[in-house]
Design a protein around this ligand. Structure first.
Ligand SMILES: [Ca+2]
Length: 154
């Protein structure tokens, strides 16, 4: 939501009590603050998505056909706790490098690059990824194995 779309109503009626105006102002500030949080969150997500191959089309391991926009987070939509890939990405200055590409952040036996469609670690920001993403680099798959349940629940 753009800031200009916020439904802000200004009351110029001098009969309104100061208390009522103060409450309304406080409410508007709270609404604006919450809206700005969502704007910041989605912009951050898009910024980070563009820094990894197929960042906007990473499969959701729990929902066939679905995607996981908040790739570095435990929450599918992003924000909050980071998953192992998000932690590694942060430790790597939020950059896609040979080291991050070759790492297996979620310990499922497939490198982050293999899961994100860059198996040979050649992708550069702004270019088309060599392949489609075939796995989630921060969620151990297959999710229903004992090994992965143990990792994903920690
Ligand atoms: Ca992996």
């Amino acid at each position: 939501m753009a800031i200009t779309e916020l439904p802000i109503e200004v009351n110029f009626n001098s009969n309104s009590s100061d208390s009522s105006m103060q409450k309304r102002s406080a409410l508007l500030l709270a609404v604006a603050a919450v809206a700005l949080c969502f704007v910041g969150e989605s912009q951050a997500r898009r910024t980070y998505q563009a820094r990894i191959p197929n960042g906007n089309s990473v499969p959701d391991p729990f929902t066939p056909g679905g995607t996981w926009p908040g790739v570095g987070h435990r929450s599918k939509e992003g924000a909050g706790m980071r998953n192992p890939f998000g932690i590694d990405f942060g430790l790597n200055n939020n950059a896609w490098t040979q080291g991050l590409c070759r790492a297996d952040s979620d310990q499922d036996g497939r490198s982050n690059g293999a899961e994100l469609g860059d198996p040979n670690c050649v992708w550069r920001v702004g270019t088309a990824p060599p392949q489609a993403a075939s796995g989630h680099p921060g969620v151990c798959e297959p999710v229903n194995t004992a090994h992965c349940r143990n990792i994903n629940n920690n």
